[in-house]
Structures are given as structure tokens and as C-alpha cells.
Design a protein. Structure first.
Length: 170
């Protein structure tokens, strides 16, 4: 039963990005949540960290590919391509070196930018491009500040976010 649960979760991790093309907001946020909690589920189910990490990073890369494809008609498309290349270099270096520091040096700005623009599209519909153009500096400031702290916590200080949150709530 544990093997089936592990396989199902991994299958969803690789399959969910396909839905970015039709449902960028819902699928993007669902992918974000799944990627945030999958380790807390898969590792207790018995998947070793040595197996989990490459699977997680490969699934992340697949999601980046579909983010770029989904954003092909958005004003963030050129930035999405550049951010995809930046993170892909980090992904490749991680697979070669196994050093998580590369994720801090080659941060994943693509995902929060994709989620921000997908969210703007939901709430601003026809005016999304104009809204983004007007608030671009604020959007990028939020994306960069959020992601740099996230990369630091996750890949440099290696703090377990669940434990961090529990500690803050005590």
C-alpha cells in the first residue's frame, strides 16, 4: 500500500504540470502546494532522501518546462525563458555536484513569477497585461524577496519548514 501511495504521489508530481496549459492558476497553485508537502509525505512512507531528491528535482524541471509553455502568450514569456535557463543551469549543476547551494545561486524565480501572473490573470482577466505592466516593479520585488528567503531556508540553512512554523507558533 505504501508503494502504491508513493507511486501515485510521484505520478501526480509529473502529471500535474500538464494541466498548466489549460488551468494555469489552479494547477500552478496545486503544484506549489504539492511540492511544498510532498517530502513530508513521501519520506515517512519510506522513500529515502537519496531517491526523493532526484525525483523531486526532475519533477520540478518538468513543471518549469510547462510553465514556460503555458506562458507563451503572456507578457512574461521572455522573462520566463530566461528564468527557465537560469534554473536549469542550477538543476544541472545539482545533478552533477549534489550541492544544494547551487539552488541559492541559481534561484527559481520562474515559479513565483508564473504564479503571480496566473493569479493576476484570474483577478484582472482582460486587464492582466496592463495591471502587470503598471505593477511590474512590485511583482518582481515580491518574487525576488520571497524566493531568495525560500532558497536560503530550503537549500542553504536546510531548515525544515514544518518545524520552523511549529517553532514560531509555540
Amino acid at each position: 500500500m505504501k508503494t502504491l501511495a508513493i507511486a501515485l504521489i510521484i505520478g501526480v508530481k509529473f502529471g500535474l504540470p500538464l494541466l498548466f496549459l489549460r488551468f494555469p492558476f489552479a494547477a500552478g497553485w496545486a503544484n506549489f502546494v504539492l511540492d511544498s508537502i510532498d517530502g513530508d509525505i513521501l519520506l515517512p512512507l519510506g522513500l529515502s532522501d537519496a531517491v526523493y531528491q532526484p525525483i523531486d528535482k526532475a519533477a520540478d524541471w518538468v513543471s518549469y518546462v510547462f510553465m514556460v509553455v503555458a506562458a507563451r502568450k503572456w507578457p512574461i514569456y521572455k522573462a520566463a525563458i530566461a528564468l527557465f535557463v537560469l534554473r536549469s543551469v542550477g538543476q544541472a549543476l545539482f545533478f552533477v555536484t549534489g550541492n544544494e547551494l547551487v539552488f541559492f545561486l541559481f534561484p527559481n524565480f520562474l515559479e513565483p513569477l508564473f504564479l503571480a501572473y496566473a493569479t493576476i490573470r484570474v483577478f484582472r482577466r482582460d486587464a492582466a497585461a496592463a495591471f502587470y505592466a503598471h505593477h511590474r516593479v512590485v511583482v518582481w520585488l515580491i518574487v525576488v524577496l520571497y524566493k531568495m528567503q525560500d532558497e536560503w531556508v530550503t537549500h542553504v540553512s536546510n531548515v525544515d519548514r514544518s518545524e520552523l512554523i511549529r517553532g514560531l507558533l509555540r
